[in-house]
Design a protein around this ligand. Structure first.
Ligand code: AMP
Ligand code: GLY
Length: 423
């Protein structure tokens, strides 16, 4: 089979490596891929949002199945465009990807269908938002409506901070049109859990739960990033909580999307907070998470391509999704200075013996050398019977990889190790 994977980060590398475990997969194209992915797929320099070029390329190459990994092409309607030329895809149609593409949409959906989430108000008028903030409970959370490269959320601990965030979004247009509307919501507290689930629009089958580490510094200090490391399973996510989530969040969301005429198929990512009043939705993503995928897929026992195609064909009910026993830990190695500014172009050396554990995110090939080209450079994943073992193995491997200006957190997984059953 000829498979196309759209995207070019660590998540896409993890997807490609897992897809290639299926013997039917003989060609994988990555659009655009990256210098590290080039070891495992044919990279083609077409951007993930160049819809017409992707369609043209897919027709020319007779692609059998296309996996659309990032949020923006999904929100732009790449799946619809490929389906129009009869290329089956993994991922939601445009009218369902809105669940990530618009926070106003997802909050209103949850309210309409009684899906637990933080209480909120929507504003399209800046003066009204500022007036609301004069009396809103503090801390409060300001969210730009549209996609904002993961930077559209501000947790404000003072009224001044909250007002500044509103002005930056609505007056200074920091996020462009994404900030035309904003959501101001209740500040929730509790452990966070990411659950990635396959769905064909009828049934939903979650993969192993995971925990992201979003802040740039140790002990959750510093700026928010795309994610500096992950562990799976998430120890706070007990079987009891999983059942509550299935009954009050996962199935109700799938049903709600159907009722709205926006059937969702692909991978639905539930960003949850386990509050003292029960699990609540912090965000939905219409895709695999990054770097959650780098721990979730290595723990997937079942064949990935079969599971993906079942979401497309509506046969997920009859497809077993088996999870391996054990724990996984992924440590992200970044360029020092990320997520603000950083130097790039440094040569990366990775011992051949650990290649299977490495997912490359920001690297380019130049004259046969792998050079850093992004903020998050690569992720190193290990599996072990214990979480402690997985963490130890990953850090041992990290120490064997070198590039100038490398930065990583030293405490990935420590919070999970201390977790005591959700208390
Ligand atoms: P998001 O981009 O929606 O994932 O938000 C980024 C991060 O902000 C989340 O992972 C949470 O840690 C935090 N966050 C978002 N919404 C809330 C909320 N209502 N209360 C507390 N923290 C939140
Ligand atoms: N790791 C969070 C995300 O993929 O959005």
């Amino acid at each position: 089979m000829k498979i196309l994977v759209v995207g070019g980060g660590g998540r896409e590398h993890a997807i490609i490596k897992k897809l290639k475990e299926n013997k039917e997969v003989n060609t994988v194209f990555a659009l655009p891929g990256n210098g590290g992915i080039a070891k495992d797929a044919t990279c083609v320099p077409i951007g993930a949002c160049e819809i017409e070029k992707i369609v043209e390329f897919s027709k020319k190459e007779n692609i059998d199945y296309a996996v659309i990994a990032p949020d923006d092409p999904l929100v732009l309607g790449l799946v619809d465009a490929l389906e129009e030329v009869n290329i089956p895809c993994f991922g939601p149609n445009k009218n369902a990807a809105i669940i990530e593409g618009s926070k106003v949409f997802s909050k209103n959906l949850m309210k309409k269908y009684n899906i637990p989430t933080a209480s909120y108000e929507v504003f399209c008028d800046m003066e009204k938002a500022l007036e609301f903030l004069d009396t809103a409970p503090i801390p409060t959370v300001i969210k730009a409506d549209g996609l904002a490269l993961g930077k559209g959320v501000t947790i404000a601990f003072t009224r001044e901070e909250a007002k500044k965030a509103v002005k930056e979004a609505m007056e200074d247009k920091k996020f462009g049109k994404s900030g035309d509307n904003i959501v101001i919501e209740e500040f929730l507290e509790g452990p966070e859990v990411s659950v990635l689930a396959f769905t064909d629009g009828t049934c939903v089958k979650p993969m192993v739960s995971s925990m992201d580490h979003k802040r740039s510094g140790d002990n959750d200090t510093g700026l928010n990033t795309g994610g500096m490391g992950t562990v799976a399973p998430n120890p706070y996510y007990t079987d009891e909580i999983a059942k509550i989530c299935m009954d009050t969040i996962f199935m109700p969301t799938i049903n709600a999307m159907n009722k709205e005429g926006r059937t969702f198929k692909g991978c639905l990512y539930f960003g949850l907070m386990l509050t003292k009043n029960g699990p609540k939705v912090i965000e939905y993503n219409c895709r695999f998470g990054d770097p959650e995928t780098q721990v979730v897929l290595p723990l997937l026992e079942s064949d990935l391509l079969t599971a993906m195609m079942a979401t497309t064909n509506g046969t997920l009910k009859d497809t077993e999704i088996k999870i391996k026993k054990g724990n996984a830990c992924c440590v992200i190695m970044a360029s020092d200075g990320y997520p603000v500014s950083y130097k790039k172009g440094f040569e990366i050396t990775i011992p051949e013996s650990i290649n299977d554990s490495v997912y490359v995110a920001g690297a380019a090939l130049k004259e046969g050398k792998l050079l850093t080209s992004g903020g998050r450079v690569l992720g190193v994943t290990s599996i072990d019977d214990t979480l402690e073992g997985a963490i130890k193995k990953s850090y041992e491997k990290v120490k064997t990889i070198s590039f100038e200006n490398a930065y990583y957190r030293n405490d990935i997984g420590q919070r999970a190790l201390k977790a005591d059953g959700g208390k």
